[in-house]
Design a protein around this ligand. Structure first.
Ligand code: CP
Length: 302
């Protein structure tokens, strides 16, 4: 179905997403398979990563595939000035699928236009992070028993947060109500508001992180203020610790509330929250292995 790659969650229909959720569930129950035997998978990371790269690589290993690639451009010929087109053309001669994280918005789409090898977007600048979204949607489904009619509160860096942008696109099929909590400097870009208006999605903007909002919420999606996206570090200093979730803030929350975070965190969830049964971010990251198994098999029509 997705044999041109997995570049943006916007390319996926509701049926595509539900099919991927079903396959993710299958891989969680059938972890070791040999579906990628004889397949070479390239992981090209132009930006740092822990979870995304390693969970893709575990997914490939558990499926019996081979991995080539780099996690640091300094060890590749990109450091000599090689352009992205040439890197993609060359790796396409070596690999059956290319998994790529890049610091420029649109880089994965561009890569998909210069090769017939499927490209999986592992994050492109501030734009999209669709494999994160599949694992987020799977995590929501697992914890809530449904994807429909949920109240999702998203807190933190909504301007630069690519996981937020993909999540609202992906969840738009399931009648969510969003609460967006961000300071003026980090509000959701207008293009995403237009998307929600066009698709009839209810959303509310807030500048304060209020207990009343937490108490209405099914999924509380915390995010890090991303220092690396700021050109003016004074601006970062102003907003870096603006919202901090602590354990006592959960006292009146719904029983089904689950706290998610794409991670890494940088102080926005205090460590005392980790022991709460409502803290789901470590399980969420584990779900990334199964979601990425599903994505790789789908783009390879396996
Ligand atoms: N969630 C996420 O993208 O984490 P990494 O940057 O560690 O891959």
């Amino acid at each position: 179905m997705l044999n041109k790659g997995f570049v943006s969650i916007v390319d996926c229909s509701k049926q595509d997403i539900l099919h991927l959720v079903e396959r993710t569930e299958y891989f969680e129950q059938n972890f070791n398979q040999q579906l990628l035997k004889d397949k070479i998978c390239a992981t090209l990371f132009f930006e740092p990563s822990t979870r995304t790269r390693l969970s893709f690589e575990i997914a490939i290993s558990r499926l019996g595939g081979q991995i080539i690639g780099f996690s640091d451009v300094a060890t590749s010929s990109i450091s000599k000035g090689e352009i992205l087109k040439d890197t993609i053309k060359i790796i396409s001669n070596y690999a059956d699928v290319i998994i790529m994280r890049h610091y420029l918005e649109g880089a994965a789409r561009y890569a998909s236009e210069v090769t017939d090898v499927p490209i999986i977007n592992a994050g492109d600048g501030t734009n999209q992070h669709p494999s994160q979204t599949l694992l987020d949607i799977y995590s929501i489904y697992k914890t809530q028993g449904t994807l429909c009619d949920l109240t999702i509160t998203v807190v933190g860096d909504l301007k630069y947060g690519r996981t937020v942008h993909s999540l609202l696109n992906g969840m738009s099929h399931f009648n969510p109500t969003f609460h967006f909590v961000a300071p003026e400097e980090l509000k959701l870009p207008v293009v995403y508001k237009h998307f929600m208006d066009k698709n009839g999605i209810r959303y509310f903007d807030h500048s304060d992180f209020l207990i009343d909002i937490i108490n209405q919420t099914d999924i509380l999606y915390m995010t890090r203020v991303q220092r690396e996206r700021f050109t003016d570090l004074m601006e970062y200093e102003k907003v870096k610790n603006i919202y901090i979730l602590s354990k006592e803030m959960l006292i009146g929350s719904k029983d089904n509330l689950r706290i998610m975070h794409p991670l890494p965190r940088f102080g926005e969830i205090t460590l005392d929250v980790d022991g709460s049964p409502k803290a789901y971010y470590f399980d969420q990251a584990k779900n990334g292995i199964f979601a990425r198994q599903a994505i790789i098999c789908n783009v390879l029509s396996l």
